[in-house]
Design a protein around this ligand. Sequence first.
Ligand SMILES: C[S@@+](CC[C@H](N)C(=O)[O-])C[C@H]1O[C@@H](n2cnc3c(N)ncnc32)[C@H](O)[C@@H]1O
Length: 270
Amino acid sequence: MTPSSPDNPESNKHDIDRVYAEAKENVSPFAFNHQVAQVFDDMISRSVPGYALCHEVLALITNRYAQAGSLLFDLGCSSGTSTKVLADSAPSNCKVIGVDNSQPMIDRCQDTLQDLIAKRRVTLTCQDIGDTDLTGASIIVLNYTLQFLPLAIRDQLMTRIYQSLLPGGIVFIAEKVTNPEPDQQQAINDLHLDFKRQQGYSELEIAQKRSALEAVLIPETEFSHHQRLAQCGFEMPQTLTRALNFIAFIGQKPRTHSTSPANQSGLNNR
Ligand SMILES: C[S@@+](CC[C@H](N)C(=O)[O-])C[C@H]1O[C@@H](n2cnc3c(N)ncnc32)[C@H](O)[C@@H]1O
């Protein structure tokens, strides 16, 4: 049995990603299933340049902008890496809510964050982001998650995030991005392939995973992301980290927004 076997319940979070190591007759569209959940931490850290840096900066943002007594959401929390950063960096009276629509990922997250969950610092919810009530949040995180949502619903989600945030609230987003200049796109893509090779992935693994992600992960340009935030009303959309074709960026809801924080706080309802 391989460490990443879907039948191996003894697998732990340090399992090595071998999901695409063997040749597959048909490569199915990528899914956050049990097999992926078992190796997720290894998979994402070896596939996404700047993954650790993104979380270091999220800690700084949380430390500075999390509002006392507010809610912090990690949308698409997976195994809980960003969720833990929020919990470790926010005032002690903030509550952190991790949301993911994959039960295997939520199960994995539950294991990873059991101490924080036991202390009621973190709550996990298995549901679609579209169904999540985000009212009363001072920080909403979408780390490498927006890229997996249908393009058609991204504007609507960002509008709802804007409306739900408290005045002065922050949306923190990390994404893979495309470059509108074909030559630059090719060059950066080649470097990303080099990064994966350097991380030990074979040509077969890289090719099969790319095929699996093709219609599932739809990246946009950095400009489109900033423009969407600005159109929603966010102030100063800006990129905070960049590693090859992966960026992390934020937008802030103006502090002078007319809806009162007291009306928006949903903390006592949870
Ligand atoms: C690349 S992972 C996110 C990684 C994680 N944020 C981190 O920092 O390690 C994307 C996650 O989004 C979740 N997801 C995708 N679409 C979703 C949706 N509509 N509602 C809730 N979760 C979703 C997936 O199940 C997956 O766990």
